[in-house]
Ligand binder design. Structure first.
Ligand code: CP
Length: 332
């Protein structure tokens, strides 16, 4: 990347709302107002239809153009933003980053300015470098929205939204819940955004379970309990979320258990899940590595809400797209 986001200074939480508190960009769930968070979840509910029914559609984004810029692999997030934009009537451009001019040395900002010149007004960005979504948001025209679709190990806000929506659908209020997230917490943007959202919603207890080499810095997860023993972490939990090991972000694998040892000690399995509450739900953001962080029979079993998370992902992204374009439309 060329001269890029070293100047991420402005607070992301304030950058993403306008002077009236309306969502303009979605960069992080850290510091987002509880009322705004709940409003987005409520909006997302309106985009859900009964199983077997046709998906919800509207023309809310007619005339708008959404570009997906994914500089890291994705199945769920990219496909769901694509569907969300189309189901709201937008033109959707899926930029093939492998054949884009960034490969020829074009800076990310020159790519953004090029898309702006084509009247793209929502850009959905996934990037391996921390700070990229906020950096772009600080440089685009006032009518353009930037949505963070996964930023290094820092943030994945729409994933956090779909995760708390799924929990709310099954468990209702958050205050009395014990949520256990198990896996590679240290390198997980999913864990970070879930932590931000759950903290804002007042979750009763949040346990982050991992081997020590994959544990987060305590400063990054205030209010959470860091646990290095699966049995202690899962005991009585109402929600269990398994995370894969983010090997693409780990330079040195020293201290990280091998696959068999990892599954035996930190895998969410038919045996270990018995430690959780009898009505505990099992979540996973995907992509799953069956037999490593989660046993296939658990992923496919009656407690699993993993496919519901995927369905909710489209609804959440529709809600966010609708909300940011309403903000930019009225701001012009
Ligand atoms: N959960 C998630 O971000 O999945 P993808 O990498 O497939 O988008």
């Amino acid at each position: 990347m060329n001269a890029e986001p070293t100047d991420v200074l402005k607070d992301e939480a304030s950058l993403q709302v306008d002077q009236d508190g309306n969502l303009k960009h979605l960069l992080t769930l850290k510091g987002i107002d509880k009322s705004l968070l709940i409003d987005i979840l409520d909006d997302a509910e309106t985009y859900l239809t009964e199983p077997g029914a046709l998906p919800a559609r509207s023309r809310a984004l007619a005339g708008h153009t959404v570009a997906n810029l994914f500089y890291e692999p994705s199945t769920r997030t990219r496909a769901s933003f694509d569907l969300a934009g189309k189901r709201l009537g937008a033109d959707v451009l899926n930029l093939d980053v492998n054949t884009s001019s960034r490969k020829k040395g074009e800076s990310i900002l020159d790519t953004i300015y090029t898309l702006e010149a084509m009247q793209v007004d929502v850009m959905v960005v996934r990037d391996a470098s921390a700070g990229v979504p906020a950096y772009i948001a600080r440089h685009v025209q006032p009518h353009v929205s930037i949505l963070n679709a996964g930023e290094s190990d820092v943030s994945h806000p729409t994933q956090g939204l779909l995760d708390v929506l799924t929990i709310r659908q099954h468990k209702g209020a958050f205050e009395d819940l014990t949520v256990a997230i198990v896996g590679d917490i240290r390198h997980s943007r999913v864990a970070m955004s879930a932590t931000h959202a759950l903290s804002t919603l007042g979750v009763g207890e949040l346990r982050l379970i991992s081997p020590p080499a994959l544990a987060p810095d305590a400063d990054n997860v205030p209010g959470a309990t860091i646990v290095d023993n699966l049995a202690d972490g899962l005991a009585g939990a109402d929600v269990v979320m398994a995370l894969r090991i983010q090997r693409e972000r780990i330079g040195n694998l020293d201290g990280i258990p091998g696959i068999d040892e990892y599954f035996a000690n930190f895998g969410v399995s038919t045996e270990s899940i018995k430690l959780a509450s009898p009505d505990a739900i099992v979540m996973h953001p995907g992509p799953m590595n069956r037999g490593i962080e989660i046993e296939g029979t658990v992923a496919d079993g009656p407690r699993s809400v993993i496919t519901q998370q995927v369905t909710n992902g489209v609804a959440v992204r529709m809600a966010v797209l609708d909300r940011v374009t309403r903000t930019t439309d009225t701001g012009q």
